[in-house]
Design a protein around this ligand. Structure first.
Ligand code: PLP
Length: 345
């Protein structure tokens, strides 16, 4: 490795995303993509951009149309909204803006491991707060002087959820990562509206079935949005993704009906997986976290992969391993359950 690269970068392993095999070879239940196609209005909006005039020009750096639509749908003024190239970009911007090198970033565990990677990239420390057996966290364990805390709600891989009243007791500055909020019983936008010390990030990847276009947004006090805007690439969201995200948010009826289907399948998965001997955490996301104490789960993951079904096997220090299985269509989940029963026989 060339020695002119910064040492903290050379030592870093980097974030390891879930496998993304191309083609339709697998039933893909490993990265929490929505199993249903996005709203037809999204496809029409992208079609309308496919002319030379729209593609010749730079996109709107402020994503104004998206922010106007999001403002109407969320009941939040547009100055409180910042669009990003996936919510991951917004998480990166927040760390760069708030956590100095040598500072402390706080995140729960087991959780989204990108937070730790972002701390390492910033040459900052990361303090991990362990969940207890009931998937509760103790906010009093956030160290004094921490620069920033990330709280994904619902959490991944557990699918567990903290009520807004719980979240309101947390030390700030606090980022509520609401990537899975579209499947949850409540949200934290009121907390972000009440103080400039709470920021909510959202994703179009899961709830709106747009993981392929890369679009997310955050809701924060306009003074925070203004500072983060200086840090972002001028043209961080392209013409096609802005059109797609705007059409997606405008179609709340699509979201309602898709959520209902995902939640029904999720309930069935929880029951059937428990029946197959898994310890299942009740989920508020579009995935189910299951563990076993009678046998290791990695061989189950490998056997499923052999049979063309991809799930995520995750292993956390001081916790152990489990399988995170995304909610698929009903036929996909039928296949998963049949193959699992056969693997476990
Ligand atoms: C998927 C996910 C994200 C990233 O979403 P993108 O908008 O696709 O970048 C962020 N946080 C959590 C907890 C996620 O699971």
């Amino acid at each position: 490795m060339p020695s002119y690269l910064r040492p903290h970068l050379r030592q870093l392993a980097g974030y390891l995303p879930g496998e993304q095999p191309r083609g339709g070879r697998f039933v893909k239940l490993n990265t929490n993509e929505n199993p249903y196609p996005p709203s037809p209005l999204v496809l029409e909006a992208i079609q309308r951009c496919l002319d030379g005039e729209a593609l010749r020009k730079y996109p709107d750096p402020q994503a104004s149309e998206f922010r106007a639509t999001a403002s109407r749908v969320l009941g939040v003024p547009p100055e409180w909204i910042l669009a990003g190239n996936g919510s991951d970009e917004l998480l990166t911007l927040l760390v760069r803006a708030i956590v100095p090198p040598g500072g402390t970033l706080v995140a729960p565990t087991p959780s989204y491991t990108l937070y730790q990677t972002l701390a390492e990239l910033q040459d900052a420390r990361c303090t991990l707060l362990p969940f207890d057996d009931e998937w509760r966290l103790d906010p009093r364990r956030v160290p004094q002087g921490a620069s920033l805390t990330f709280l994904p709600n619902p959490n991944s891989p557990s699918g567990s959820f903290l009520s807004p009243a719980d979240v309101a007791t947390w030390p700030t500055p606090l980022v509520l990562d609401e990537a899975y909020v579209d499947f949850a019983p409540a949200h934290g936008l009121d907390l972000a509206r009440a103080t400039d010390r709470v920021i909510v990030t959202r994703s179009l990847s899961k709830g709106y079935a747009l993981a392929g276009i890369r679009f997310g947004y955050l809701v924060a006090h306009p003074a925070v949005v203004a500072e983060l805007s200086k840090l972002k690439d001028s043209y961080n969201c392209d013409v096609l993704s802005q059109a797609a995200a705007t059409a997606a948010l405008a179609d709340q009826e699509w979201l309602r009906s898709t959520r209902a289907k995902v939640l029904a399948t999720r309930a069935r998965m929880e029951k059937e997986l428990a029946g197959l001997g898994f310890q299942v955490t009740p989920s508020h996301g579009n995935f189910v976290w299951c563990r076993r104490f009678d046998r290791p789960v990695r061989p189950i993951y490998l056997a499923l992969k052999d049979r063309g079904i991809l799930v995520r096997c995750m292993n956390y220090a001081n916790y152990g391993e489990g399988l995170r299985i995304s909610v698929g269509t009903d036929p996909e989940i039928d296949r998963l359950l049949t193959e699992l029963a056969s693997v476990l026989r």
